[in-house]
Design a protein around this ligand. Sequence first.
Ligand code: A2P
Length: 278
Amino acid sequence: TEMRPVQDQTAVKAMPDAATVTHVQHWTDRLFSFRVERPATLRFRSGEFVMIGLMGDPDPKTGKQKPLLRAYSIASPSWDDELEFYSIKVQDGPLTSKLQHIKAGDQIILRPKPVGTLVHDALLPGKRLWLFATGTGIAPFASLIRDPETYENYDDVILTHTCRDVAELDYGKELVENVRNDEMLRELMGDGLDKLRYYPTTTREESPRMGRITDLLKDGTVFRDLGIDSVSPETDRAMVCGSIGLNTDLKEILEGYGLREGANSEPAEYVVEKAFVG
Ligand code: A2P
């Protein structure tokens, strides 16, 4: 093997954790998703997040650049050979104002240390799994509903997604359709995939089902629509990912049903994580 010149090694060290973008899709003027090559050594549990970002602008005084990193849930399942992310675009956001312009072939920074609480390990065994998302909070569930383990562990999987407008539901709609038609998942899970139920709602634009999921739970609409009695700590498990407001309100509702918050170190009946960017 050939000796590498010293300068080359320094260059490699200065740009660690680079991942090449393979695909970008813009869903609305506020939302986009993208895929990057998966580092060969990166292992994660479906539902976890990693830190990703770009190099920031050079410091005007020193000219030095620092990485600008944010937590992003991995939206792809753990068997996928690429990593997918789903992001909001904030026009004056330090990272997303830049990140929204990435193209296939560009590189982003990806710190390969996945962590998070929206994982099967943090829940006790149960019969029915609720995945409650608002906005980009659907990302970790995009991973979980493509993971065979989800269907092995539960008899029913209910994904609820609440957004302001109809177009903001498109990513989730397409995701669920793709899961149902995925040949590999079909082959593995067979009818098991029919366990997946999808419950989209909007709050500001007219759609077939309107309202915040919190209100629809409180007044029993969700249960009537899905033909379910209620939520009980014996059978039901839940994962929550959305705005701080959603997380707080839903925690109270779930605790009201008798569910307790779990963690990796102490599994229980529900887990929560905020949808990070935005
Ligand atoms: P709303 O339109 O009533 O605020 P955002 O785009 O602001 O992240 O919100 C995404 C979705 O989450 C919106 O439909 C919003 O409804 C809903 N939402 C915001 N806060 C809460 C909350 N505390 N409980 C339930 N849903 C919420």
